[in-house]
Design a protein. Structure first.
Length: 192
């Protein structure tokens, strides 16, 4: 018997595959059910509509992209360690197939999370960053300041590197150069 968690993952996998194939606007709960080999009622028992399913899919996808808790890998040079982890997460998100598909086909899906309200994934990032910053401050390795404000300021700056970096590259400036500068920006922002 399949657990509820495994069933949800199966359905989210089917939704991911459908969005990769035809985009968000053309994906329906019926399509997801068909891909998962279940009835529509099975999906409706978990999600009332596509936006609810999409929210859970994005949370799962981005949490996977973000990787492990950064506090576990922050050492003596906390500012540099956090900067490295941030650049790595930004690159992973930017290269994620689902994220790329959404940006290419349905970019308006991201707009509410950039101008109206934070999403669950943004909260996950803040919930990882703020305590990591606070721990670095307690250890005397990061600059003073409210960890929540520092984390939110970083997140605002990261939006551009995730979504718009390609608009700032050309024959003279490479993505790697911009990532190096992002590393330096984060490191200096947090350095004691």
């Amino acid at each position: 018997m399949t657990s509820d968690r495994n069933k949800a993952d199966l359905l989210l996998d089917a939704a991911r595959a459908s969005i990769l194939s035809v985009g968000w606007k053309r994906t329906t709960l019926t399509d997801v059910a068909r891909r998962a080999g279940v009835s529509r009622m099975t999906i409706y028992r978990t999600w009332p509509d596509m936006p609810a399913l999409f929210g859970d899919l994005m949370t799962r996808e981005w949490a996977h992209v973000l990787g492990p808790d950064p506090a576990a890998t922050v050492g003596e040079d906390a500012a540099d360690d956090i900067a490295r982890l941030v650049v790595q997460a930004v690159g992973s998100l930017r290269d994620n197939a689902l994220f790329r598909r959404i940006l290419d086909v349905d970019p308006e899906l991201l707009l509410p999370y950039l101008v109206d309200r934070p999403g669950r994934t943004q909260q996950v990032v803040l919930d990882l960053l703020a305590p990591t910053i606070a721990a670095g401050q307690v250890a005397g390795r990061l600059r003073d300041g409210d960890p929540q404000i520092l984390a939110r300021t970083l997140l605002l700056g990261l939006h551009g590197h995730v979504i718009s970096q390609s608009t700032m590259t050309d024959d003279g400036i490479s993505p790697d150069q911009l990532d190096d500068e992002l590393h330096e920006l984060v490191r200096r922002y947090l350095a004691r």
